[in-house]
Design a protein around this ligand. Structure first.
Ligand SMILES: Nc1ncnc2c1ncn2[C@@H]1O[C@H](COP(=O)(O)OP(=O)(O)O)[C@@H](O)[C@H]1O
Ligand SMILES: [Mg+2]
Length: 423
């Protein structure tokens, strides 16, 4: 068994602590201030190594003081330069420090583990996609469901993560029984942050037979505070989710309360993609513009380059149009991409929803309708943007399909009005 050694971490970032905690055989000693670090490095007990970064509130002199104190006691020191010290790497190296340059907690953990010669539990290669909006009712959950099913129909393995834990739309959409396990249940087990291991999460996965999708579910009812995930918990949760093998896409339905539950930012910072349903009417449009602005000004990293818009066709009678709204979005976020337009089709959606015979997807209820075709086009564009190769081709509708089969298909043995009929 490898022996533990102690890594003194001088950083104000809680998420960094969580990510560094995934290093093998390393015990973290987190030290909040330079003064405290210096007094420890002056004492009898010494850590095995020190991590310090130049983004602390103090000056670069503070970083230098820590590096010198550590070198004096022959303690290895890893310096992450990305703020004031950028461009000064050679000076720190000459002083004996190992210099890294990592922005996200995940990259820090990777580079620190390399510098220290320890291992990290590896991530799977799954691509993260978070469907996000700052308003409810704009179609986030429907879009999440359609992306999940559309990808599944292309032979892609998808894990859907219900992260809108104050108001799950995923559960009713997929008719998931209340007996299904929840990942938030792990929070009630008194494990604290130790709840978030891939093994524990694996035991919470719900396999939805009807769609072939796997789910990590939040609570069915309004969440109690104890079952909420703050960003520290979400980071650790995400890290464990990414260690689950067997999925090509991790698809998140997120909460519109993005300030309190910043999952979309975290997914974006960790290299995932953000999909924004973008309706054109004035109030919704304002929400999209605000979100794009916030993503563009995300500290340290403009996230609009990882942002993919889906135009939401308005209901009939609504005078606002996507042709007016889309240029406004493009002006606010020139690097965001447009995946296409989701057709507004309450009839197909409600036919799927109202069926008495259990869950059916709008994509199978009217497989050749405008709605399903718009979903397949969006899925195709998504796969292209995120660099995902799909094993199966896009479902095609021939002209005959469109003319004669763009209407509801009854499930086997059931008439469209719900009567059971002879097979
Ligand atoms: N393109 C669409 N066609 C038909 N119904 C839609 C469409 N987009 C959204 N809806 C309906 O609007 C309502 C709100 O959508 P939902 O996905 O629950 O929004 P959110 O998750 O953002 O709160 C749902 O009843 C949904 O079925
Ligand atoms: Mg929802």
């Amino acid at each position: 068994m490898s022996t533990q050694f102690e890594l003194m971490v001088i950083s104000g970032s809680a998420s960094l602590q969580e990510t560094l905690a995934t290093l093998d055989s390393v015990a973290l000693i987190s030290v909040p201030t330079t003064a405290r670090a210096l007094s420890l490095l002056d004492g009898d007990w010494l850590p095995g190594a020190v991590y310090v970064e130049d983004t602390l509130r103090g000056t670069l002199d503070d970083v230098w003081a820590i590096v010198r104190a550590a070198m004096r006691r022959q303690v290895r020191v890893v310096v992450n330069l990305q703020g004031r010290g950028a461009g000064r790497a050679s000076e720190f190296q000459a002083a004996g420090a190992t210099v890294i340059d990592a922005r996200t907690p995940d990259a820090v953990a990777d580079q620190v583990s390399k510098a220290l010669g320890t291992r990290r539990r590896a991530h799977s290669e799954a691509i993260m996609v978070a469907v996000t909006a700052v308003k409810g009712g704009v179609g986030k959950t429907l879009l999440t469901a359609m992306l999940a099913e559309g990808l599944r129909q292309r032979g892609v393995s998808v894990l859907v993560i219900d992260n809108d834990i104050s108001n799950s739309g995923i559960r009713p959409t997929f008719r998931i029984p209340s007996t299904a396990p929840t990942y938030t249940g792990l929070l009630g087990d008194g494990l604290g942050m130790a709840a978030w291991t891939p093994e524990r999460l694996r035991s919470c996965i719900y396999q939805h037979r009807e769609s072939g999708l796997d789910f990590l579910l939040g609570p069915e009812e309004m969440v109690e505070a104890i079952h909420d995930l703050d960003s520290k918990n979400f980071y650790a949760f995400l890290h464990a989710v990414r260690q689950l093998s067997g999925y090509q896409v991790l698809l998140f339905d997120t909460s519109p309360e993005i300030v309190r539950r910043p999952a979309p930012y975290i997914v974006g910072r960790e290299g995932g993609w953000l999909v924004l349903p973008a309706p054109p009417s004035r109030k919704e449009r304002t929400g999209v513009l605000n979100l794009l602005r916030a993503l563009r000004h995300n500290p340290g990293d403009d996230l609009t380059g990882r942002t993919l818009l889906v135009g939401m066709e308005p209901e009939r009678g609504v005078v606002s149009s996507l042709s007016t709204a889309l240029p406004l979005f493009a002006r606010e976020a020139p690097s965001a991409r447009l995946l296409g337009t989701l057709v507004h089709d309450p009839r197909t959606v409600s036919l799927a929803d109202a069926g008495e015979q259990g869950y059916r997807s709008p994509l199978t209820v009217v497989p050749h309708g405008r709605f399903a075709r718009s979903v397949h086009d969006i899925v195709d564009a998504l796969a292209h943007e995120i660099g995902l190769t799909t094993p199966l081709a896009k479902p095609r509708s021939t002209l005959l399909d469109r003319l004669f089969r763009a209407r509801p298909v009854a499930p086997a043995g059931v008439a469209m009005d719900g009567r059971k009929v002879a097979a």
